[in-house]
Design a protein around this ligand. Structure first.
Ligand SMILES: Nc1ncnc2c1ncn2[C@@H]1O[C@H](COP(=O)(O)OP(=O)(O)O)[C@@H](O)[C@H]1O
Ligand SMILES: [Mg+2]
Length: 380
């Protein structure tokens, strides 16, 4: 049998590609089953979507109806209403007849176009004709349907909004206002709002005047703990007949800092380097890292070129100094960062460009391999 690479990155992972997260699965499942609203935040690529899809699978087995909508690709209110109705239909029924009935019951004036995707577990894509003018009215009704369905079917409903911060691009605060007014009365529905842009998520959930202030429990999804990740990595290599020692795994996780995406990416390339030799050694780890840096060098060069000298110097400081106090006089002087105010400005821009992010009160690179690239290409 041909062995396939057991590490995957880029999209949400499931099945044997998914590791650990046992605690998070337990806590989030219990909370959602109990009707608790939750805000789940982490930087991009920490594994929110993978985790939540796994939890929803588990909740469905417990008899919940699960509605999942990703706001990332949605650019207009019309599209939002179509995607939300598609998500509600797909989450509550597997039969086209039932979906038509549901739409007739709640939206008698709409003539929808329904497309079925996937055979084993069908999903419905719903489009409204151009004649449907008042999207706000449709949305108002849509917001109430999860609770109506929950009451009628006597089931708990869980609604997940992935990349929720994008909601601000659709209609300012208006969607949040309308949604809040409805969902505060929804006794049988638990809402989970996920997001990866900290400043936007803060604006939506932590600002006192915002409609979603104190709407639920805030959970910060951490990286995967070292022990759990090490077990996962060992098993994936061993299951595909490759040997790897604890020292090598430790080295991998030191490079990737246990970041889920970058760990899978590095392991993927290490596997490609090692599968003929059947054993992972230092040489394969180094080759894989070199391969990734080479592969990404064009992208990194474009980013580097787009930065000002002060911003570049700040990144060099972050690369060179183990425990960086970016505002300290010594660092400002050593790396010619300007003034404390310039440092703050550079940080803000780099954070907005998603080059750096705050992690446990300090700033780190969003892309670990960009840091490695700076070390290899710029600092050498
Ligand atoms: N539990 C996990 N076990 C192993 N790898 C994971 C796990 N969760 C995420 N990953 C890795 O991280 C990548 C990004 O995951 P994703 O769920 O899309 O993150 P997010 O939704 O936070 O951006 C996946 O493609 C996968 O490589
Ligand atoms: Mg995601």
């Amino acid at each position: 049998m041909r062995l396939l690479n057991p590490f995957k990155f880029g999209e949400a992972v499931n099945g044997e590609y998914f590791g650990d997260r046992e605690n998070e699965i337990k806590i989030l499942s219990l909370d959602l089953l109990g009707g608790q609203n939750i805000i789940l935040y982490s930087p991009r690529r920490y594994g929110k979507t993978s985790l939540v899809l796994k939890i929803l699978k588990h909740l469905k087995e417990e008899g919940c109806l699960c509605i999942y909508i990703d706001l990332f690709p949605i650019q207009t209110k019309r599209k939002f209403s179509q995607k939300l109705s598609s998500a509600i239909a797909s989450g509550t029924s597997k039969k086209i007849g039932e979906v038509i009935k549901l739409l007739k019951e709640y939206f008698p004036s709409i003539i929808p176009k329904i497309t079925i995707k996937g055979k084993e577990s069908p999903e419905f894509e719903i489009e409204f004709g151009d004649g449907e003018k008042d999207i706000d009215e449709v949305l108002e009704k849509l917001y109430d349907t999860p609770n109506l369905i929950a009451e009628k079917r006597k089931k708990r409903v869980v609604v997940v909004f992935d990349e929720f911060q994008e909601v601000r691009n659709l209609d300012g605060e208006n969607i949040e206002k309308a949604l809040r007014a409805k969902i505060q009365h929804h006794q049988n529905v638990a809402y989970l709002f996920m997001g990866s842009k900290r400043h936007l998520m803060d604006r939506i959930f932590n600002k006192k005047s915002a409609p979603f202030y104190k709407i639920g429990k805030f959970i910060y999804l951490q990286k995967i703990p070292e022990e759990g990740f090490a077990q996962f990595i060992k098993k994936r290599f061993n299951d595909t007949a490759l040997e790897i020692g604890n020292e090598e795994i430790k080295k991998i996780l030191e490079i990737t800092q246990c970041h889920p995406y970058y760990t899978q990416m590095l392991c993927h390339e290490i596997w490609n380097e090692s599968f003929k030799k059947k054993v992972v050694e230092d040489e394969e780890i180094e080759n894989a890292l070199r391969f990734i840096l080479l592969n990404q060098s064009y992208t990194f060069t474009v980013i580097w070129d787009s930065l000002s000298v002060k911003q570049r110097n700040l990144l060099i400081a972050m690369t060179n100094e183990e425990k960086v106090m970016l505002h300290s006089q010594d660092i400002i002087f050593k790396y010619e960062l300007g003034s404390a105010a310039t440092v703050s400005k550079s940080i803000k821009i780099l954070e907005k460009k998603e080059i750096i992010e705050r992690e446990n009160r300090k700033y780190v690179f969003s892309d670990l391999f960009f840091k490695e690239w700076i070390k290899e290409v710029i600092c050498k």
